[in-house]
Design a protein around this ligand. Structure first.
Ligand code: NAD
Length: 471
């Protein structure tokens, strides 16, 4: 069985104990990952603190060159990394390869992004510029749905700004991060990036560690609240990218056959395990049956299987607790009177496979509508009045993204403008790009990733002012 190592202070670092990593397509442990001790975390933090002295003061040209080298190295290692992502996460090989290439694209984008100094005053009184300075040591914590892409969204801007990092992946998907992290750290001075792995408790140690100046966290709302609490005694900065319960609203002029593909993949990409995926659909009475039928037809036709096999479009759910949660939410909806137009049950095979499920007869008050299901089950709901549908779409503590589907893009755009969320789409969903600000409203998060806004989140602004009159 393969043994993986952490990267601390530039060196391969094993741990005294390990934990098993399960392949969700088989339900069996296939590798062991290191369980970082508290002393090893202290070593990683000390190394990052030490490395910050030089890295934080380095020329940004040096840091940009490093980001380009990282992008090239990820591209070269694409096949090896994609295989690991599929084995530990479950997604199909093609989707895993796409995740690696997207991660490289994030590093390339940030390599070109200006780290601006702005002159904000230049007059008879004095001269003032605003410069961006790095924060220090960043604790970067990622979930299991996109282990590499989410790492890229944190590391690329954090490194460009001049910060040093201690990175921890989810215990369900540590391997691709350990391997990619080793690769990336090897292209940086020792200590600029340290990669540790372990259980959830390791995340809590990181967020309360005195060396950390900022926590960059992606994960669930419940953990996000714990992270915010852990940050407060030391007033650490934090960015929280949390869960979502995105609504899609279909307008009465939409063509069900034309919107079905976009709606389906807006919900079922990554087997529904995507923060900003469609989690609820509102359909006018007149189109309800046609939309349900078109989505159900796709759900029955999509090829579910082991992500290593050719032609598979949807893999297993990543882990047993999540599989049980999705199974429970669907069973609960069916017991409360919903019907499954497609799917509705686990697939009878080893691993954590669940049938792509289209539910109708669902309503607010059912858990699958009110909570984030984060899996392959989509509730469809009727509406008779558009204003009422908008109100229902917004009646959630989440606010990540939302979408409106119509044959009239301008009309849809006016409806999208009424959605309370960080990204509002027309006739599409799931558009996450390096140059677009990504962040949640309400419980879906605090702060922004990507674009110049995401870079600013890893900087402190400093005003440099000098009066005209000489002393
Ligand atoms: P999770 O919150 O359980 O875990 C996320 C990470 O936090 C893991 O690395 C975990 O080990 C760590 N962790 C757990 N307890 C911790 C603690 N007390 N302190 C610090 N770290 C701790 O989330 P998950 O189940 O891995 O991921 C799924 C969730 O992530 C979903 O809710 C999904 O919507 C969300 N997500 C959000 C985004 C976004 O950008 N908004 C992107 C992807 C996933």
């Amino acid at each position: 069985m393969s043994l993986y190592t952490m990267t601390i202070d530039g060196g391969d670092t094993p741990a005294a104990s390990t934990f098993g990593v399960v392949n969700p397509a088989t339900g069996e442990v296939f590798a062991q990952a290191p369980q970082c001790t508290r002393e090893q975390l202290d070593d990683a933090m000390e190394s990052a603190t030490h490395a910050f002295v030089c890295w934080g003061a380095s020329e940004d040209t040096v840091r940009r060159a490093a980001l380009r080298n990282i992008a090239d190295a990820l591209t070269t290692a694409q096949d090896q990394l994609a295989e690991l992502v599929t084995k530990e996460q479950g997604k199909p090989r093609g989707a895993a390869a796409f995740e690696v290439s997207e991660t490289a694209r994030w590093f390339r984008y940030f390599a070109t992004l200006p780290l601006q100094s702005e002159t904000v005053q230049d007059d008879a009184m004095g001269h003032a510029i605003v410069v961006r300075r790095p924060l220090g040591v960043i604790a970067a914590i990622t979930p299991w749905n996109f282990p590499l892409l989410l790492l890229g969204m944190k590391l690329a801007p954090a490194l460009l700004a001049g910060n040093t990092i201690v990175l921890k992946p989810s215990p369900y998907t540590p391997l691709s991060t350990l391997v990619a992290g080793r690769l990336i750290a090897g292209l940086l001075p020792p200590g600029v990036l340290n990669v540790v792995s372990g259980s959830d408790e390791l995340g809590a140690w990181m967020t309360s560690h005195p060396a950390v100046r900022k926590i960059s966290f992606t994960g669930s709302v419940a953990t996000g609240k714990a992270v915010a609490g852990a940050a407060s005694p030391d007033l650490k900065r934090f960015t929280l990218e949390l869960g979502g319960n995105d609504a899609a609203i279909v307008l009465d002029d939409a063509d069900p056959a034309r919107v079905a593909a976009g709606l389906f993949w807006g919900a079922f990409t990554n087997n529904g395990q995507i923060c900003a995926g469609i989690k609820r659909v509102y359909v006018p009475d007149r189109l309800h049956d046609a939309v349900v039928a078109a989505l159900a037809e796709r759900a029955r036709r999509v090829r579910v299987g082991n992500g290593m096999d050719d032609g598979v479009q949807i893999g297993p759910i990543n882990n047993r607790p999540q599989f049980e949660r999705v199974s429970g939410l669907v069973a609960d909806a069916l017991a409360e009177g919903a019907s499954a137009a497609a799917g509705g049950r686990p697939v009878d095979r080893p691993g954590y496979f669940f049938e792509p499920t289209i539910l109708h007869g669902t309503r607010e008050g059912m858990r699958i509508v009110d909570e984030e299901q984060f899996g392959p089950a989509l509730p469809i709901m009727r509406y008779s009045d558009l204003d009422e549908a908008i109100t229902r779409a917004n009646a959630t503590p989440y606010g990540l993204s939302g979408s409106v589907w119509s044959s009239d893009a301008e009309r849809a755009s006016r409806v999208a403008a009424q959605l309370d969320c960080g990204s509002a789409y027309v006739n599409t969903h799931l558009v996450v790009q390096p140059h677009l600000p990504f962040g949640g409203w309400k419980w879906s998060g605090i702060g922004i990733e990507n674009g110049p806004w995401g870079l600013d989140a890893f900087c402190s602004l400093q005003v440099r002012y000098s009066p005209r009159a000489q002393v």
